[in-house]
Design a protein around this ligand. Structure first.
Ligand code: UDP
Length: 565
């Protein structure tokens, strides 16, 4: 028997969020799933039941904008979470981007920008005989615009800002949040090249190049790297984008180079790129076998993956894109972002530690399976409906007729995982007692599997559960009476070494077309040198980017859909 929730009742937390932000007038979960299935299947009777079932049973959920906006009047039916907007070295174009940012945020999407082509501050501006104010001033304007536009009434807009490491204003960029406390609507990433990382390793000089007049300033690569690490140590930012690694898998390089990602780092694409996401709930893909063990039900996972890819592809056709350029890019490239949630919980059910070779091996197997089935489905859709118009065989050598330029990506699933009641994306659990603050309400919960395991292993007591509930900071590994072998897999994000976090990200990245949203958690006493080593490690293992968070270093975040302690 599988452990599908066969959802009829959602948790109070889920109902709370759904009621406040997702349900249309008079709707409940069933009504929402009927509405979304009907809009996305767009009259295809063969698909509507499958689409309904996967959502209703919480086997697969599309990203928040799809759940909230499907079925709204046509110009508000914006269904995607991720957007990339251009930033040119031209004031008129920049102001156009500011306007477009407001439009995208209003429609429920997050935006990513690369500021590397804007001239550094102090550069001459011929048309005004003045001097340029530099990339940071444009970021300020976008930041302020974001502050004023609440996303479609649902959530705050979020931005990713990147600057290439060879831009002359790179130090100002790295320090910008430290120097300007109002810059709260941006996540920051430095776009680092392989040349830069090599120079850091060898202790070589590195060239900063003015994008406007090509003037070169020689600098010490290690010095810049150390400043990045020091700031990440202090505040978790900036993160890094390994821009050459990202471009090595660009599925449409003939349309341009990739320079930035969306706010949480799962979607790297060229300007005007857009992606609608959706995630498979891995906990629901488990089945128990005779001896009580849980294994992956691969037949079921195959079916759900096929439905999910078909669903996400269909979203593109009924999506109302906020700008004509975005509409055209979406229809010509057709990227979809199929990911997973509940990965850490899946490992818990299988009694595989998140930080073990066996755990990573299982994760690799599952992700490869989803990616393979995903591409097979896309090729099948391509045969039926046509390949995506910008498909060029040499860019995707192992595909013949793909409908989509990319299939997989790993979103944070900040809201979706809360609906499904499972661990976020590929993140480990933060604790096994959750204090969740959502909007104005607070909820306390003990992980459902903990009680089950405690009973099975004979260490359950009411007293133990009460201790857990009333001491939310208590970790299972510090709980008296829990057997050692149980402590080994009931581990939290801060029990796992930072290196093991990176290894998990790299394992997943290996089988994901676009990228992986993940935080590398570090203990409070970690050093900035350690962060440098992790950045190097992530680059060498083929990650596309990296974000670290040192325990206690920061009490705010751009996206606080769900905050746990
Ligand atoms: N996002 C956003 N604002 C938010 C949360 C999310 O713009 O407050 C966008 C952002 O691009 C992010 C993406 O939605 O990377 C996916 O986030 P997540 O998986 O947490 O969204 P969910 O579908 O679970 O709400």
């Amino acid at each position: 028997m599988g452990i599908t929730t066969q959802c009829k009742t959602l948790s109070p937390i889920a109902e709370d969020i759904l009621g406040k932000r997702y349900y249309h007038e008079g709707e409940d979960w069933k009504g929402l799933c009927e509405r979304v299935a009907s809009v996305i299947s767009n009259g295809d009777k063969e698909l509507v039941d499958d689409f309904f079932d996967v959502m209703y049973n919480l086997d697969f959920l599309p990203n928040s904008p799809t759940l909230a906006n499907a079925g709204k009047e046509s110009d508000r039916q914006q269904l995607s979470a991720c957007f990339i907007l251009p930033v040119e070295d031209d004031i008129v174009e920049i102001m156009e981007t500011v306007k477009n940012t407001a439009i995208v945020h209003k429609s429920g999407g997050g935006t990513g920008f690369d500021f590397s082509s804007t001239r550094p501050k102090g550069s001459p501006v011929s048309s005004t005989n003045g001097v340029a104010s530099g990339p940071l001033s444009w970021m300020k304007i976008i930041n302020a615009t974001t502050e004023e536009v609440k996303q479609g009434g649902m959530r705050r807009g979020a931005n990713m800002g990147t600057l290439r490491v060879d831009h002359p204003d790179i130090l100002d960029f790295i320090l910008c949040k430290k120097n300007d406390k109002t810059m709260t609507n941006f996540n920051l990433s430095v776009g680092v090249s392989d040349v830069f990382m090599d120079a850091v390793e060898k202790g070589d000089d590195f060239e900063l190049v003015n994008p406007h007049n090509k003037e070169v300033i020689l600098t010490d690569a290690r010095e810049i790297f150390d400043i990045i690490c020091k700031n990440s140590w202090e505040s978790g930012e900036p993160g890094m984008i390994f821009i050459d690694v990202v471009n090595s898998t660009n599925p449409v390089p003939h349309l341009g180079a990739i320079k930035s990602s969306n706010p949480c780092g799962e979607f790297y694409f060229i300007p005007f790129g857009v992606c609608n996401l959706g995630s498979i709930n891995l906990v629901n893909m488990l089945k128990s076998v005779e001896d009580g063990r849980y294994v992956i039900d691969f037949d079921r996972l195959k079916k759900i993956t096929e439905i999910a890819v078909t669903f996400l592809d269909k979203v593109i056709d009924v999506n109302h894109f906020p700008l004509p350029e975005i509409h055209d890019m979406a229809h010509n490239t057709r990227p979809i972002g199929l990911g997973v949630m509940g990965l850490a919980d899946m490992l818990l059910y299988m009694k595989l530690p998140y930080d073990s070779d066996a755990g990573r091996e299982m994760v690799g197997k599952v992700m490869k399976f989803i990616d393979d089935v995903g591409w097979a489905t896309s090729n099948m859709l391509g045969r039926e409906l046509g390949t995506f118009p910008e498909f060029q065989q040499e860019n995707l050598p192992s595909q013949k007729t793909p409908r989509n330029c990319q299939i997989t990506t790993i979103a944070p699933t900040g809201t979706l995982a809360t609906f499904a009641g499972v661990s976020f994306g590929i993140e480990p659990n933060f604790n096994f007692v959750y204090r969740r603050k959502i909007v104005d309400s607070e909820f306390i919960q003990v992980h459902p599997l903990f009680e089950k395991v405690a009973k099975e292993e004979g260490f359950y007591s009411e007293e133990l559960m009460e201790t857990l509930r009333t001491t939310p900071s208590l970790k299972v590994r510090n709980l008296a009476g829990v057997p050692e072998h149980v402590k080994e897999y009931f581990i939290t994000a801060f029990d796992i070494s930072p290196e093991d976090h990176v290894k998990m990200q790299a394992t997943v990245q290996k089988y994901v077309d676009n990228a992986v949203s993940k935080t590398i958690n570090l203990p409070y006493d970690a050093t900035s040198e350690q962060i440098g080593e992790l950045y190097m490690m992530a680059w060498k293992l083929g990650c596309k980017g990296i974000t670290v968070y040192r325990d206690g270093s920061r009490d705010d975040q751009v996206i606080v859909a769900v905050k746990e302690s």
